[in-house]
Design a protein around this ligand. Structure first.
Ligand SMILES: [Zn+2]
Length: 190
């Protein structure tokens, strides 16, 4: 039985479709690769704070379709189905359906125009467990081991994208920076 769209689904997702900050929830071999990279950084004296690892596909599904319906980009009847998320998007008339979708958008605090003009994505390396958002900090210079054991001196920069040595070290472990997203690293740089 389907449950009607509305604020209920935010509470539901906060229990049943949570995002993770744990390395254990990543997919192999990215999990092992990024763990080795982080250990090398910590061994050299850097601090690593993980903000996100795997994102829930069910949560992303609710983000995506609630946004499109709330903003009138699609008809409620056009939303795709998602196994394990038995939501009824179409409450019979458009204004009720839009209002219910807005409850979900607001409940999750999704960015809407003018802050964001694109729907939250259904596709992300976070969803397949192959991306991580992390803050890497240290003071001055650290000497970090690459995968092959050779070490590089790395001077601190506020944004990892501007740190060629840090990027080389990450790449040696199979962890690539997405340069347009400050904390984001993944298995393919996306
Ligand atoms: Zn990310």
């Amino acid at each position: 039985m389907r449950i009607n769209s509305g604020i209920y689904w935010v509470s539901w997702a906060n229990i049943n479709a949570k995002n993770s900050k744990s390395l254990d929830d990543l997919a192999s071999p990215f999990k092992e690769n990024v763990t080795e990279f982080i250990n090398a950084l910590k061994d050299a004296g850097a601090s690593v704070r993980i903000n996100a690892t795997r994102r829930s596909q069910k949560r992303a599904y609710l983000f995506h379709w609630s946004w499109l319906i709330a903003l009138g980009k699609i008809k409620p009847s056009q939303a795709a189905l998602e196994t394990g998320v038995d939501i009824n998007w179409n409450l019979g008339d458009d204004s009720s359906s839009v209002q219910a979708a807005k409850e979900i958008v607001n409940g999750f605090g999704l960015a809407v125009p003018p802050h964001s003009n694109v729907a939250p994505s259904l596709h992300s390396n976070h969803i397949i467990g192959k991306a991580i958002d992390m803050d890497i900090t240290w003071t001055g210079t650290v000497n970090v081991a690459k995968k092959d054991g050779t070490k590089l001196n790395v001077h601190y920069t506020n944004n990892a994208r501007n740190n060629p040595e840090l990027l080389l070290i990450g790449e040696s472990y199979g962890v690539y920076k997405l340069k347009t997203d400050k904390p984001h690293w993944s298995y393919d740089g996306r």
